[in-house]
Design a protein around this ligand. Sequence first.
Ligand code: SF4
Length: 332
Amino acid sequence: MRRCLEVNNLEINFKTYAGTVYAVRDVSFYLDEGETLAIVGESGCGKTVTSKGILKLLPKFITEIPRGSIKFNGRELLYLKEKEMNQIRGEEISMIFQDPMTSLNPTMTIGDQIKENLIIHKKLNRVEAERETVEILKMVNIPEVEKRIGSYPHEFSGGMRQRVMIAIAISCSPKILIADEPTTALDVTIQAQILNLMKKIQKEILMGIILITHDLGVVARIADRIQVMYAGKIVETGATKEIFKNPKHPYTLALLKSIPAFNSSKKSELYAIKGTPPDLISPPKGCAFAKRCDYVMKICQEIQPENFEISKGHISSCWLEHKYMKEGKDNE
Ligand code: SF4
């Protein structure tokens, strides 16, 4: 598979009245064509900031990117002018936001919102755009398309609005779709339909998907690889099966432990990770998870952990994976 996105050593800061927030700290990852990468972590871990950073959708007056590179098909996005970036957005890289009600234009019919995209990006005329809009709405399973094309967003249910968001996002057959919590507001049945739909479209147009979520159930269903973020850093990454079967980082272990057990016979309290994430105005000197970690050691508070390769593509950023720690364990 061809690599379509490469992010290297990305740092994103926000200048606020309280001080500089170091929101994304030395983040590197990639995405291949047709692949689904899930970025997981608690709110504020930097997953949405990273993805909005790729599309340069962060507020300019407070955002600072002091270091890093974002290459899309070999082209550096950080140096592109706004006009060039506008072409990439929607046409090459699309984004679906969490709440379709606030992302759709309430004053335009859903048909017009898709048509507008096709006219601007694909340079279609009105008749061609109308025809293609019908096809796209059928593709995302909107019933009675010819009737519903003239409806406004408020006339649709939550699931249908999310389908419309997907329709807009895929209307120009993007190479990458960034989906930020695309199914959070939906019930499980609709959630499954939306995820299946995204997978189906992905196969058809070989689109890479970056799925941002805190829902590990969704991740297990559709992601090929997982990237766990904590306090602006990637703490563990690897193939989905490997991370679920052999999680290494204590934060990943804690996230997995906090999934409610569906078939548990015992009445047990739901596990919650103690404490709160650190303040990113003054990030800790050592491991950012140290204050909440059950395995914390002296070194964790002093020095940031290195990245340790567990197996091919599986990396954990935790001192427990240092060879001396492992030797110690082996000698026990
Ligand atoms: Fe816990 Fe230390 Fe690993 Fe951080 S480096 S996750 S504090 S054991």
